[in-house]
Design a protein around this ligand. Structure first.
Ligand code: E4P
Length: 216
């Protein structure tokens, strides 16, 4: 499973990429707005740091506007994936942009029917927002499982990108469900690495080593 981080913060992205386990980045208008920096230099910097795909979202809601913005965004860097919302016009835009060789991440997916249509339209990624479903007492992970199963049944190449992840357990369950990608806040990525027994074990090793006065 690929690991993406869901942030537009350059410090977080540099930190994550430097570890060598971050495969890509997803952004959205809220995350970009949080950075309080001009859009173009910010996303150019992000694209230059990240080795893999960087999702940049359109803000137009009509077909023509999404296509125009999508074409502009795709020219920023080779690793840009245009993000379009899962609406009727968004599906049209996915069909149009993917027909021109522009890769699209279809975002704000909350149902298996939406995901089926998005794959038929030619999306490169589908983003089911599992945390936001959990927030309204629906099991978000069930949607991820359904989409993986449906795509497998028909051999769709659209990758399932588990989004709106809130905890390490979401990451484990997304991997068990067969999601191709999980995108998560930087804080969750840090939680994935930590285990108290690792810290306790390391301390004991180093204490024993120091007591014995051994040299490497
Ligand atoms: C994904 O691409 C979205 O940017 C993101 O995962 C949304 O997460 P949230 O529900 O925590 O805002």
């Amino acid at each position: 499973m690929k690991i993406f981080i869901d942030t537009a913060n350059v410090a977080e992205i540099r930190d994550g990429v430097s570890i060598g386990i971050v495969d890509g980045v997803t952004t959205n208008p809220s995350l970009i707005a949080k950075e309080k920096r001009p859009f173009r230099p910010l996303v150019e910097e992000i694209c230059s740091i990240v080795p893999g795909d960087v999702s940049l979202e359109v803000v137009a809601t009509d077909f023509e506007g999404m296509v125009k913005e999508g074409e502009e965004l795709s020219k920023i860097a080779k690793n840009v994936v245009v993000k379009c919302p899962l609406t009727k016009d968004g599906l049209r835009a996915v069909r149009h942009l993917s027909g021109k060789g522009i890769r699209v991440n279809q975002t704000l997916c909350f149902s298996a029917t939406q995901a089926l249509l998005s794959a038929k339209a030619g999306a490169t990624y589908i983003s089911p927002f599992l945390g936001r479903l959990d927030d309204i007492s629906h099991v978000g992970m069930d949607l991820v499982r359904d989409i993986v199963e449906i795509y497998r049944n028909y051999g769709f190449t659209t990758q399932v990108l588990a989004a709106s992840i809130r905890s390490p357990l979401h990451v484990v369950d997304a991997a068990k469900a067969g999601a191709h990608v999980a995108t998560m806040p930087f804080a969750v990525l840090e939680q994935l690495m930590k285990h108290p027994l690792t810290d306790i074990g390391l301390k004991k090793f180093l204490d024993d080593w120091a007591k014995a006065g051994v040299k490497l």
